[in-house]
Design a binder for this molecule. Sequence first.
Ligand SMILES: Cc1cc2nc3c(=O)[nH]c(=O)nc-3n(C[C@H](O)[C@H](O)[C@H](O)COP(=O)(O)OP(=O)(O)OC[C@H]3O[C@@H](n4cnc5c(N)ncnc54)[C@H](O)[C@@H]3O)c2cc1C
Length: 575
Amino acid sequence: MPAPDDRRWDSETDLLVVGAGAAGMTAALVAALEGLRVILCEKSDTVGGTTATSAGSVWIPGSRQSEAAGVADTIEAAKSYLAGVLREPAFDDRLSAYLASGPAVLDYLEQRTSVVFAPPPVHPDYRNLPGAAKGGRALAAVPFDGRLLGPDFDRVRPPRREFMVLGGMMVGKTDIPALLAPFRSWGNFRHAFGLLARQARDRLSYARGTRLIMGNALVGRLLHDLRQRAVDIRYRTALKDLVTVGDEIVGAVLTTPTGELALRARKGVVLATGGIGWSNELRERLLPDNARRYSLSPESNTGDGILAGERASAEIECELESPALWMPSSIMTQSDGHLSVFPHIMLDRAKPGLLAVDASGRRFVNEADSYHDFVQAMLRSNRSPASVLAYLICDRRFIRDYGIGLVHPGTRDLSRFVEAGYLHEGRSIAELAAKIGVDGEALTHTIERYNRYAETGIDEEFGRGTSELNRFNGDPANRPNPCLRRLGPGPYCAVAVWPTDLASSAGLRTDARGRVLRPGDGVLKGLYAVGTDAASIFKGTYPGPGTMIGPAIVFAWRAAMDAAGVLDNFSMPSD
Ligand SMILES: Cc1cc2nc3c(=O)[nH]c(=O)nc-3n(C[C@H](O)[C@H](O)[C@H](O)COP(=O)(O)OP(=O)(O)OC[C@H]3O[C@@H](n4cnc5c(N)ncnc54)[C@H](O)[C@@H]3O)c2cc1C
């Protein structure tokens, strides 16, 4: 018998969804499609959270979309890959439910909403293991025309400033060759001209470009559909605390621009506030001490969902390979005071002619591996907070050809970056080593060895260039190895990189329906956690592109369907 609910409510709804990133927006949209009355509350004045600043890929094995695009993938192959990534015990209920329902979720969204994904022909998994996919497993959000949102366009959180050019134009990986060499071919010219003309037009009427790609396209599409379904979105409205009656969550107290609001939620509350984020308390408890300083989370992600869940007797799952997923980022304070945190995702680390060293001046990792594996190696190699940095090292020719971090390819005048302390330059290796405080002799030997590997094409220490992922992000024109080229003669350059969390993997323990669990496995009735508020189904590993937003969307769907009482109509092998 639930305890009597004698509280005075200001308002009520069926489902309260807290946080408007991929997870919260999907949960709200699906619940509305299934006939529930939904309130989606968002702490900031924009939707999108981290999702809007992401690449927007989803990792969903065995989809119909991949088969239709001629890059078929199977769940069986993904399972054997995951068995290698996760080791034992690999397949719990949540992971099985994810694999079983992922393709159905993509179809549901495609049939009933404008949220569509398409697989690029090549987008390799992150680990070189049996069953790894070269393409077809990761799907990208299809670009979206932000003009379709009308005035709501301003409600979409913009991408990271560092990833836009020309006053707010988004640039994807496939745009870069055309923009760098518009006259190399007619195709390049047409593509570059199209982008620039659109941007010029957009600037007359909008604060930034309206051609939305990657995570911004996904968020734009979700917002478009939420508006079409007339879902009640409350901006600047934050979860303060959950309300429990007996052993059940029955609603929440929200802070709004006009004061507090006690909201009853008849079918439950969905936590989707974006994980650990900037919460000092959670960062200190959960993250290694040499990786707490910078985060790629938006400032409004402050661990609210996880902390509220804990206060309501839920538990955080911490037995994971890593409590967060990482990217190495370089940091620069711009002349207007803006702190640029630039994640080195795929544009420079794998290109031939770059290497990374730790504080000892020695290489510690295959630099072309995934950003997460790079930082995991960095954390292992620099255990003390004082020596947390790694340096990316290259020469001027590398910067001309590929750019490094915030320094775009072809940049000739590096003085702005040098003066800001972002780029370090030395005419010789010894001079560079002295400037960055690493052992000159060690750095010289490291570069000499790297140069020998560049001649043979074989990296005898770390196997740079041996995986699909390495080669995908390398330079196919560079022989014999697309990821290895001699450095020198000087000048030599270095950029420091720091561990930055792109997502948390520690989060609330949930079941295959997205329901939050109490210690000892009982369900905490009325409470769901999705996206990064829930613990990673991949146990803190990073199998491939899209392994955060994929589960965010699939478990948001499962939670919403469960709240609407229709999840079991979709019979999946694992339910
Ligand atoms: C550069 C970059 C690229 C990435 N690329 C990919 C990718 O391609 N594929 C992938 O799978 N993952 C990617 N990730 C990770 C991925 O973006 C995140 O894991 C995912 O978007 C998290 O989604 P979410 O819905 O859980 O949270 P978020 O998208 O962060 O949304 C959380 C929302 O909750 C709001 N909120 C916070 N507190 C409250 C509160 N108290 N009340 C109300 N609202 C609140 C926040 O303001 C925010 O809008 C990337 C990350 C980065 C940084």
